[in-house]
Design a protein around this ligand. Structure first.
Ligand code: ADP
Ligand code: MG
Length: 247
C-alpha cells in the first residue's frame, strides 16, 4: 500500500487515489496567473492544519506577500505557525542552493514546497566566479563549452532534487511554463526528474475565466486522465468533475 498525503483541495484527492504518494516530487506547471502559488498555499495550509510539518520556500514573492495572499483566502499562517514554516529566499543570493539545502535539512518535514524552481535554474551570478557548485570557475578555464549557464542551472536543480528525495518529504515544485514554449518547466529538465506533473491553464472567455488542470503523470497512482475544469474563487481552488457538473 502506498501511503498518501491528501491535498485537501475539494474534489481533487479522489482523482489521485486520495492523495499524493508519500515521498513523491510533483511539478506544478503553468503560465503566470494560473494558480500555482495559490494551489501550493492551499495544500500547505491544509496539511499544516492537520499537524503535518510543512516548509514553504518562497522564491518568488517578497517577504510577507505570500502570507497576505493566504490571508485573503482565510488561510491564516499565524494559526498554523507551529507547523508551517514560510521562508522567503532572496533569489539574487549567490548561496541560494546552500541556503535551500540547509532549510530542507533543519527538520524532518512531511511536505516541502519550492515556489518556484525558475529562480534557481535561471539565476546567474556574473560577478561570482565561485558559484555554489564550484563548477563555474573550472568550467570557464577547462571546458567552457560544456558547463554553460543552463548546465550549471541544471546541476543546481539536481542537487536540490537529491536533497528533497533524501529528506523523504513529499514535495511540490512550481515552474513557470513559457507560453507556446518547449517543455513543461522553464528549465525543460524538471519534468523528467519529478514523479508527478500537474499542469494548470487559464484562458479568458466572455464574462470570465476558464481554468483547467491536467494530471500528466503521477507515479504509483491510477489517476483521472484528461483536461478537467477547476474553479478559483475566494475559498481557493476546487475541482468539479464533469459528471458532477451535469447533475
Ligand atoms: N480571491 C480570488 N478569487 C479569484 N481569483 C483570484 C483571487 N485571488 C487571486 N486570484 C487569481 O489568482 C491568480 C494568481 O494566482 P497565483 O497562484 O499567484 O498564480 P501563479 O503562481 O500561477 O502565477 C490571479 O491572476 C488572480 O486571477
Ligand atoms: Mg506564483
Amino acid at each position: 500500500m502506498v501511503e498518501r498525503i491528501p491535498t485537501g483541495v475539494p474534489g481533487f484527492d479522489k482523482l489521485i487515489e486520495n492523495g499524493l504518494p508519500k515521498g513523491s516530487i510533483t511539478l506544478i506547471s503553468g503560465t503566470p496567473g494560473t494558480g500555482k502559488s495559490i494551489l501550493c498555499s492551499q495544500i500547505a495550509f491544509n496539511n499544516a492544519l492537520k499537524g503535518k510539518k510543512v516548509l514553504y520556500l518562497n522564491l518568488e514573492q517578497n517577504e510577507g506577500r505570500l502570507e497576505a495572499q493566504m490571508l485573503q483566502f482565510a488561510w491564516d499562517p499565524e494559526k498554523v505557525k507551529n507547523n508551517l514554516k514560510i521562508v522567503s529566499v532572496d533569489s539574487s543570493d549567490s548561496q541560494i542552493v546552500e541556503y535551500i539545502l540547509s532549510e530542507i535539512k533543519k527538520l524532518n518535514y512531511d511536505l516541502i514546497i519550492l515556489d518556484s524552481l525558475d529562480s534557481i535554474s535561471s539565476t546567474q551570478f556574473p560577478s561570482d566566479k565561485t558559484d555554489s557548485l564550484g563548477m563555474q570557475k573550472i568550467a570557464e578555464s577547462v571546458i567552457p563549452t560544456i558547463f554553460d549557464a543552463p548546465t550549471i542551472g541544471r546541476l543546481k536543480l539536481k542537487k536540490i532534487f537529491t536533497a528533497i528525495a533524501k529528506s523523504k518529504a513529499t514535495a511540490l515544485l512550481t515552474s513557470e511554463r513559457v507560453e507556446n514554449g518547449v517543455g513543461l518547466s522553464r528549465d525543460t529538465i524538471s519534468e523528467f526528474l519529478c514523479d508527478g506533473i500537474i499542469t494548470l491553464t487559464y484562458s479568458s472567455v466572455a464574462g470570465g475565466a476558464n481554468r483547467t488542470f491536467e494530471i500528466r503523470k503521477m507515479r504509483l497512482t491510477d489517476f483521472s486522465q484528461g483536461i478537467m475544469p477547476m474553479e478559483l474563487n475566494s475559498k481557493g481552488i476546487s475541482v468539479t468533475s464533469l459528471e458532477e457538473e451535469k447533475l
